[in-house]
Write a protein that binds this ligand. Structure first.
Ligand code: ISJ
Length: 172
C-alpha cells in the first residue's frame, strides 16, 4: 500500500464538485474534528495500532514544500504509517516534519516509533491545527485510498503537515 499522488481542495464541498463520493460514507472521516487517532480508537471493537512503514530524512514533494513554505529540496523528517483497527489497515498517514520542528522538545518527534503522533500533538496545548483540506487521490486502484484529508499543526510558527488517506475498509 502506497501513498498516492493527490489533488487537494480547500473544502469538502469543493472536492465534491469533482467527485461526489466525498459525500458518501467517507464523509464522516473526512471531516471528523479533534484527534483522528482518537476517532479511530472509538471505532475499534478490539485493538488499535500504528505500524511505521518508513521514517527518516527525505525530500518532500514540491507541492508539500510549497505548502509548508520550505525551500525546494530541503530535507525534512518524513513519517509514513498505517493506522490499523482490529488488525486491519484503515488509514495511511504521511507526515512532513520540517527541521525547525525537530529542535528542543521536538526531538521527540523522531522517536515516536509505533506511538501515534496524534497522542503527542493533542497532549500539548501548544499545537494549533490549521484548516482541514480534502484530497482526491489520482490513479485509484481497488483497495487503495481514493480520498484523503490533511492539515497543518503549528507551534511557535513552526508547522508540520499531516495527511491521512482513507482505505476503503474503514467505511465500507
Ligand atoms: C494527527 C494525528 O495523528 C495521527 C497519527 C499519525 C502517526 O502516528 O504518524 C499520523 C497521522 C494521524 O492520523 C491525529 O491523531 O489527529
Amino acid at each position: 500500500m502506497t501513498i498516492p499522488s493527490t489533488d487537494w481542495y480547500r473544502s469538502l464541498a469543493a472536492a465534491g464538485l469533482r467527485n461526489p463520493q466525498v459525500h458518501g460514507p467517507a464523509r464522516y472521516w473526512l471531516q471528523v474534528e479533534g484527534s483522528f487517532t482518537r476517532a479511530l480508537q472509538r471505532q475499534c471493537t478490539e485493538t488499535f495500532h500504528v505500524e511505521v512503514q518508513h521514517e527518516g530524512f527525505a525530500v518532500p514533494t514540491r507541492e508539500e514544500a510549497q505548502h509548508l513554505g520550505l525551500p525546494a529540496r530541503q530535507r525534512a523528517w518524513i513519517r509514513e504509517v498505517r493506522l490499523c483497527g482490529d488488525g486491519q489497515p484503515w488509514v495511511l498517514a504521511r507526515t512532513i516534519i520540517p527541521l525547525a520542528c525537530l529542535e528542543g522538545r521536538g526531538r521527540r518527534l523522531r522517536h515516536l516509533g509505533n506511538r501515534p503522533l496524534g497522542a503527542y500533538l493533542f497532549s500539548s496545548p501548544d499545537w494549533q491545527r490549521g484548516p482541514l483540506e480534502t484530497g482526491l487521490c489520482n490513479r485509484v486502484v481497488s483497495g487503495q485510498p481514493a480520498m484523503a484529508r490533511r492539515s497543518m499543526f503549528c507551534h511557535r510558527q513552526q508547522c508540520l503537515l499531516v495527511g491521512e488517506y482513507l482505505l476503503p475498509d474503514l467505511f465500507n
